[in-house]
Design a protein around this ligand. Sequence first.
Ligand SMILES: C[S@@+](CC[C@H](N)C(=O)[O-])C[C@H]1O[C@@H](n2cnc3c(N)ncnc32)[C@H](O)[C@@H]1O
Length: 292
Amino acid sequence: MSAAPPPCLRDILSKSSAYLEQRKIDSPRLSAELVVAHALGLERLDLYLDLDRPLTEQDLSKIRPLLARRGTGEPMAYILGRKEFYGLKLVVTKDVLIPRPDTELCVDAVLGLYQPDRPLLFADVATGSGAIAVALLVHLPAARCIVTDISARALTVAVKNCEAHGVRDRVLSTQADLLTHLAPAALDLIVANPPYLAESEFSRISKEVADFEPRIALVAGVRGDEYFDPLVEQAMAVLKSGGHLLLETGATQAEKLAGDIRSRSEQWSDIKVLKDYAGLNRYVQARWCPLR
Ligand SMILES: C[S@@+](CC[C@H](N)C(=O)[O-])C[C@H]1O[C@@H](n2cnc3c(N)ncnc32)[C@H](O)[C@@H]1O
């Protein structure tokens, strides 16, 4: 009796996709293609150039563990170890939130405020992977940035991303609770995508997020607004006159936060609520103009 022929790429893609579908994983075929391509060191589209390629036992042994991870619901970005943000390839590990497309609008909002050649010192608070800082520094070549995070492991990832995109020499990284320890009246801009989920929302979000992304990157106390107040308070001390604050929030939080900033001090001006791609109120921008 002759031995069965080895499986080819086509067979493995369809078996992997069926396995992920049975495990109720989103986009099973796409996930299967990404896992197989990554395991074999190929680009996804390369798979289609060689669908009849027979796979060796060594190939299969690289594919199986990654497929099993995807089968548990682990996000693709953690399996690949990377995620694209603002057109830049970023390293991501389980120590950081996977940067979201919505956060790209924070970058757009800042780029709408400053000319590229303007020297600028800004802070990316709660930087995680460093997504916002890296994107801004790439597009603002005269800017310098302080990245802060409470998580030392997240800061390691942020620094790696700064290195990978050639902006490390313009970054100071500091493990800190929000903006503590920063010098008074030093910053032109503060941008932050802090945690903003309420405890109760966390129990309702998708398992892919809740089971794999760091809780510390997502939850902000019982009501989800634990970080906004201290951030606004600290911003009043560390922003220069005329400096901007830009915060990402949940869809039900932005209007309230804008109102809180307005009533906290008349020295906040140009307070705006900005919308995301879905038309939801998701960002609050304000300008610190202290009276002389
Ligand atoms: C929603 S993630 C944002 C990450 C990144 N800025 C982005 O947009 O992808 C929030 C980050 O806040 C950090 N964090 C949580 N509590 C913090 C605190 N008290 N001070 C500074 N960073 C904090 C977490 O470690 C996490 O990296």
